[in-house]
Design a protein around this ligand. Structure first.
Ligand code: N01
Length: 552
């Protein structure tokens, strides 16, 4: 402990959440903040996901920070949906503009963090041998950052190249003249497949579950629409903060069951032609009523039949057996039409799984598919994976990963009982991945900043979620999910993609705006459900531990 450094807060991760946390706590609150980031630079998800076709499916004018009017006025987005290089350029711009790199240690992973109850400090240790003591620990590790290649037998024996979409090489990959396999058809697979197909000699797609996808219809942004947007930014940001999805949209027309077949077809066609995920919000019951859901699901299936020339291939690509939206809806550009190309084949591994990776390729049943490159678009150990990768130990020395062995439990998706002075940005139990995540990040960071200000002004040095309040929040999160169709798909929301992971619906479906109101009410009510205390008990009174709001 001789070389121990001291600061007020350690932030883990320099993606969009960590960057904003550093800015708020250091520049607005005047705290000494140290950020650790395992990558060589800022950007988080957008630093790692450099695969061809990587693009956000939230509109760029909304998928950006709102905390600085100057920043939002000066930055120019070129397309409706931002491509990865542009988002990463934006992250770099923000880092330069707010001088963030000065307090970020790159290529440094946090290995452990242990709470010292006597000193009321987190002792944080890194893989570079650094030890830092800080009053507060803030995890900004991302929800989709623990990339996962399934442990196929023989993986190490493959003689060719292996990539995961979430850890793409900075120098890029040249697929020219190569036989390529893509395993996985989620959002990443659907984006990378058309791009690889354009370059590779041959592409074989290995699909376990066919995805529902909607056309992005990306396009350049016009100067006039950007000018109008920027002139109206304050109002649009305010609307985004309160919108359920974190992006203001057209209100639903009502139930899908309340309109005629012709009206329904017309409304769905309009949204399909418009592009984007608003197709899912034409009606107010698409994700809560199976009959209503089936109309939208069948509409998409029909489009697949229209687009894909070979009926047998189309049939394999058609998603069945789960509601549209129960697994994360995808947005694509030219995905299904890619299967009309002569150099692309589709292999269903639903009934006969990939049994092994051989030196030459992949074996499915008795067939070996020889390839030069395997691209795994097989997703992530979502939400809990990045947290459980760190040995986080709370007040009594108990590990977070043990406490969460049966599934994550948080209060408001930001704190967990037994782990004082720990704030987890966009953690399980928060809306995060179900909404515009930048909105979620700003809301969480602002809430933490306000909490630390409250603590400072009132002489508190310790804050901890109350177990009872946490139990009720978990119950509320589960109950809200149970009123939707989300539980009917084998999604990463439920941990279903990782064998052995507890099946728990992790995000909060209540929506960004309603969730913000709950968090604000908790704070306004003296941090209801948290215990606040001082290092010196005489310098402050204890916090309150009372009811969690019923939510929406
Ligand atoms: O990962 P996924 P992703 N054998 O988990 C398959 C965000 N994102 O990287 O569905 C064969 O969705 C798996 O099959 P199944 C977005 O939130 C956003 O694509 O489990 N296949 C599935 O097809 C997204 O939801 C954007 O049966 C196996 C695929 O691999 C999240 O990131 C872009 C397998 C994994 O799909 C994750 O998306 C990209 C096995 N053993 C990502 N194991 C945009 O904003 C898994 N699979 C547009």
């Amino acid at each position: 402990m001789s070389d121990i450094q001291r600061c007020d807060a350690v932030v883990i991760g320099a993606g969009f959440a960590g960057m904003y946390a550093l800015h708020r706590l250091r520049d607005d609150l005047g705290l000494r903040v140290r950020v650790f980031e395992r990558g060589t630079d800022v950007g988080g998800t957008w630093y790692w996901n450099r695969y061809p076709g990587a693009r956000c499916d939230v509109e760029s004018m909304y998928y950006s920070y709102s905390f600085s009017a100057e920043l939002e006025q000066e930055w120019e987005w070129s397309e409706l949906y931002p491509a990865q290089p542009e988002i990463l350029a934006y992250a770099n711009h923000v880092a330069d503009r707010f001088d963030l790199r000065a307090d970020i240690a790159f290529e440094t992973s946090v290995e452990s963090a242990e709470f010292d109850e006597g000193a009321l400090e987190w002792i944080v240790r890194t893989d570079r041998g650094e030890t830092v003591a800080a009053r507060f620990l803030i995890t900004a590790v991302g929800c989709l950052s623990a990339s996962r290649i399934p442990p196929f037998p023989g993986l190490d024996s493959f003689a060719g190249e292996i990539y995961h979409t979430g850890e793409w090489p900075h120098e890029g990959v040249d697929f020219s003249g190569k036989r390529v396999a893509v395993v996985g058809t989620g959002s990443s697979g659907l984006q990378v497949i058309p791009k690889i197909a354009e370059q590779a000699e041959h592409l074989t797609v290995f699909q376990r579950t066919p995805a529902f996808s909607l056309p992005a219809r990306n396009r350049p942004l016009g100067a006039q629409e950007v000018a109008e947007f920027k002139a109206d930014y304050p109002a649009r940001r305010a609307a985004a903060r309160m919108a359920p999805s974190g992006v203001p949209g057209i209100p639903p027309v009502g139930s899908a069951l309340s309109v005629t077949d012709e009206q329904r077809e017309q409304l769905l066609t309009e949204r399909w032609n418009r592009g984007g995920t608003s197709f899912m919000r034409v009606f107010n019951d698409t994700v809560v009523n199976l009959d209503a859901n089936e109309f939208s699901a069948e509409f998409v299936r029909e489009r697949i039949r229209d687009i894909v020339d070979d009926p047998a291939t189309a049939d394999k690509l058609i998603p069945r057996g789960y509601p549209i939206g129960a697994k994360r809806i995808c947005l694509d550009t030219d995905y299904w039409v890619t299967f009309n190309r002569d150099n692309v084949d589709l292999v269903s591994v639903r009934d006969t799984p990939i049994e092994e990776i051989t030196a030459a390729g992949l074996r499915v049943g008795d067939t070996e598919y020889a390839v030069d490159v395997i691209v795994f678009a097989t997703g992530y150990d979502a939400m809990t994976g990045p947290l459980n990768a760190i040995d986080i130990r709370g007040a009594d020395g108990v590990a977070l990963r043990e406490t969460w062995a049966a599934g994550p439990r948080t209060y408001l998706g930001i704190a967990t009982a037994g782990f004082p002075n720990l704030f987890m940005l966009t953690a399980p139990g928060s809306p995060s991945v179900l909404v515009n995540v930048i909105i979620s990040i700003e809301q969480h960071v602002d809430w933490v900043a306000d909490t630390l200000t409250h603590m400072r002004e009132n002489g508190y040095s310790r804050i901890e979620a109350v177990l009872d309040a946490q139990d009720r929040w978990v119950e509320h999160v589960n109950e809200a999910a149970s009123r939707t169709l989300f539980l009917q798909g084998n999604s990463w929301y439920l941990g279903a993609n990782v064998p052995g992971k507890p099946r728990v619906f992790m995000p909060y479906v209540g929506g960004a705006g309603p969730y913000r109101k709950i968090c604000d009410e908790v704070a306004a009510d003296g941090y209801r459900g948290f215990t606040l205390s001082a290092a010196n008990p005489e310098s402050a009174t204890s916090g309150r531990a009372v009811d969690v709001p019923a939510g929406n």
